[in-house]
Design a protein around this ligand. Structure first.
Ligand code: NZQ
Ligand code: ZN
Length: 380
């Protein structure tokens, strides 16, 4: 087991009506906030009105930046930084899934430092301060509500990259499972695939800690058990709550205790699909993970066997890989490139993008020859 420390600066409120604490809590540090959200789902399901009522009840001023797209882009980050700087805001309320909250994390740094988002993400500017970020989560998937990561795309440079800093953990996150009732079945499934992918990235990471492996496998088992029930009953509070809790625990540090780092190789493969074809994040991983397991099965045979034992009660590597793929199919996630309209004709652009962005894992390296093999396996 590796040496490790545990520190998570996010205060997380979980459960029915937790957002009713938002106004009072925000008022302790912020009097003039920027509300950031996506394309409008929160206007339809009433969440925006609830948040506005909370802010109004404490006399907190707000301005709005609407329009963050799924697979967020740096132009929106910069647009929101300008609005925040012009209005001298002293806090951000981000309402949405990973795309909105990730954008808000960089926006919070950009406003504090009066800097461009991409300069921060590429380490040209090193932020020393941040304004408070309050996250109201509406989609269970990424774990961004309790972690220090943000992922944003830049189509000018052809990159989808992550940025990590303890400064960008939300100060407070509000998770009401009923806020995810309106997430449609497809995005619910993509979120579930993403949770499992985070667990697998941790499991195939560097360093060994058996207890942590067991935590990680428990998250996967719980998610696999609840997923079909939830997909048959999208407004079931308990199923939504179990998936929401699993998503947070899947990427808030817990699955890496006693290890050096997670792998992130399959996320690198998926990010280039999202960048080029706007594939939803979880869908890109449901395609890339089975292919990666097949291509890497000899190199990581022992780890797959241990994973199989913990999750499915078998140490048969092929059965374990097949069970993951079958699960993704069962929740209607794509598992082949043809399902996202990517064909042989896209091979060169995808592989060039992987080469340019040096797509690889931190623990299990991927070489250029394997890019072709992975592409073929994702096609078949
Ligand atoms: O635009 P809105 O109206 O918000 O609609 C969104 C969007 O269309 C919709 N949605 C969200 N909550 C809803 C809802 N629709 C109805 N009812 C609700 N309650 O769902 C769609 C997808 O939203 P998005 O935020 O893009 O999804 P997700 O949470 O999966 O986030 C994906 C992004 O997070 C990054 C991904 O790369 C991707 O860019 N990730 C962030 C990570 C992190 N910060 O730790 C780690 C992950 O591995 C991942 O890379
Ligand atoms: Zn992910």
């Amino acid at each position: 087991m590796e040496n490790f420390s545990i520190f998570n600066p996010t205060k997380l409120f979980f459960g029915k009506d937790v957002v009713l604490k938002l106004g009072k809590n925000v008022s302790k540090k912020s009097k003039n906030v920027l509300i950031v959200y996506g394309k409008g789902s929160i206007e339809n399901n009433g969440i925006l009105d609830t948040v506005k009522t909370q802010l109004n009840s404490e006399g907190i001023n707000f301005v709005i930046y609407k329009g963050i797209k799924s697979n967020p882009i740096i132009e929106d980050v910069d647009g929101a930084i300008s609005v925040g700087v012009e209005n001298m805001v002293d806090g951000i309320v981000a309402i949405g899934g990973g795309s909105v909250i990730d954008s808000a994390k960089i926006i919070a740094l950009g406003i504090a430092e009066k800097a461009k988002g991409w300069d921060i993400m590429k380490f040209i500017v090193t932020p020393k301060s941040v304004i408070p970020l309050y996250a109201v989560l509406t989609l269970a998937a990424t774990g961004t509500e309790m972690n220090s990561f943000a992922v944003v795309q830049n189509h000018k440079t052809g990159e989808k990259i992550g940025y990590a800093s303890p400064l960008i953990n939300p100060l407070e996150s509000y998770l009401d499972p009923s806020y995810t009732y309106s997430v449609p079945a497809d995005y619910t499934s993509y979120g579930i695939a993403d949770i499992i992918a985070h667990c697998l990235e941790a499991f195939f990471g560097q360093g060994e800690c058996d207890l942590t492996d067991m935590f990680t496998a428990s998250i996967i088992k719980n998610v696999m058990e609840v997923a079909p029930k939830l997909l048959n009953d999208l407004t079931n509070y308990d199923y939504r709550a179990q998936i929401m809790y699993a998503a947070t625990m899947g990427l808030n540090g817990t699955t890496s205790f006693g290890k050096i780092s997670a792998d992130w190789g399959v996320h690198a493969l998926g990010h280039d699909l999202s960048l080029l074809y706007d594939t939803p994040h979880g869908a890109s991983l449901a395609i890339a993970y089975p292919a990666w397991l097949k291509v890497k099965k000899e190199e990581v045979a022992d780890r797959i066997a241990r994973l199989g034992e913990l999750v499915f009660g078998t140490n048969d590597i092929d059965i374990t890989i097949q069970k993951f793929e079958e699960f993704f199919v069962s929740i209607k996630c794509p598992v082949r490139l043809s399902e996202i309209n990517v064909t042989e004709s896209n091979r060169q652009e995808y592989i060039s993008s992987l080469i340019k962005n040096k797509a690889s894992g931190y623990n299990i390296l991927i070489n250029e020859e394997e890019y072709n093999l992975l592409f073929e396996t994702m096609l078949k």
